[in-house]
Write a protein that binds this ligand. Structure first.
Ligand code: DAH
Length: 338
């Protein structure tokens, strides 16, 4: 029996040595050491042995079993280590390789200009305000003193949702909302999207405006000139500006503000149509009718307002010739504004 056991030992040893996977190793363990394994069978034969032989064989069996457990464990460790080494080798990271390049997006030029304008006005104490793009006819036109017969109310100039609801055609209705909400005094700007049914080189059905409003005691046209001149100089550098009389239903007196042409510096060129001036925004002293509409007393408070086209400012800042470039999402165009 001793020979039989030693033969089994050799056989197991060989199997263990030759095994290359953890799975195979487990098979070997079950086969020899498991409940129904070879050693269980052998132990059963012990009862046929003489009482002298039994302890001797018993000891041999124990020694062999201990040895096999040792060998299994050792092989198990080796196989695990080998697997880990292989895994590490396959997942090696070369930290000297150049990193992956991420394709960062760029800020849209309209947003970039909007941020610049917000920055300039917030430094002067203006609140930055939002208003709805779906607006009432009342706030977009009536409250702003725009006559019922004004052509801007026509179906050809305004997107109507129904008789009383439209897509706002200007950011000016936010003036009304903010005065109703805050009363006087106030300083606010409101950048945002506006809509008009137009599409050609210089018009898109959606574009951006920034409205501004200052209400307080004894606000003067000189305040308007001072603030707007500072704004234009911050955006376009130190250039001449001028205010031309104009008309808006919601301001009286009204003006348009021009800035010295950025191409010809006043000499006259194609951009400024030989005038030397570029029109930049509309402005004026808030009409008393507008103040009355929101419940403010024109004898106690007054103010000024202005409206700027954000596309226009962006085109002039960057020398962009075609308005439609802003909305075509051509990466070659957009990537230039890093
Ligand atoms: N809402 C005017 C427009 O869309 C722009 C404007 C002009 C706004 C004068 C004003 C202003 O607040 O005072 O053309």
């Amino acid at each position: 029996m001793k020979e039989e056991i030693l033969k089994i030992k050799e056989e197991v040893q060989k199997h263990i040595e030759e095994s290359t996977t953890l799975q195979r190793l487990e098979e070997i363990r079950v086969n020899y050491m498991g409940k129904k394994g070879i050693f269980t069978e052998i132990s059963k034969k012990m009862k046929d042995l003489s009482s002298e032989e039994r302890p001797v064989i018993g000891q041999i069996i124990n020694e062999v079993k201990t040895k096999i457990v040792e060998l299994l464990e050792e092989k198990n460790n080796n196989l695990n280590k080998k697997a880990l080494d292989e895994k590490l080798a396959s997942e090696v990271v070369d930290i000297s390789l150049p990193g992956k390049k991420y394709n960062y997006g760029t800020q849209h030029p309209i947003n970039e200009t909007t941020e610049l304008m917000k920055n300039i006005f917030s430094k002067m104490g203006f609140d930055i305000v939002d208003g709805p793009e779906i607006e009432t006819v009342e706030y977009n036109f009536d409250a702003l003193n725009i006559p019922k017969t004004h052509p801007s109310r026509d179906l050809t100039d305004t997107f109507y949702i129904n008789d009383s609801i439209i897509l706002r055609t200007q950011t000016s209705p936010v003036q009304i909302r903010y005065m109703l909400e805050h009363g006087a005094p106030l300083r606010m700007i409101c950048p945002g999207k506006v809509y008009r049914p137009d599409y050609d080189i210089s018009h898109t059905p959606m574009f951006h405006q920034m409205e501004g409003l200052v209400i307080g005691k004894d606000v003067s046209f000189a305040d308007l000139k001072g603030i707007l001149t500072h704004f234009v100089k911050e955006v376009f550098g130190d250039r001449k500006v001028r205010f031309r009389p104009h008309f808006f239903p919601f301001t009286e007196p009204s003006a348009e503000m021009d800035v010295e042409c950025m191409i010809c510096h006043g000499d006259g060129c194609r951009l400024c149509k030989e005038s030397g001036w570029i029109e930049i925004m509309g402005c004026g002293m808030v009409d008393p009718e507008v103040l009355k509409y929101v419940g403010l007393n024109p004898d106690e408070v007054n103010g000024f307002a202005f409206g700027v086209g954000i596309e226009r400012v962006t085109m002039l800042r960057h020398g962009i010739g075609d308005l439609r470039a802003f909305f075509e999402n051509d990466m070659r165009f957009l990537k230039q504004f890093k």
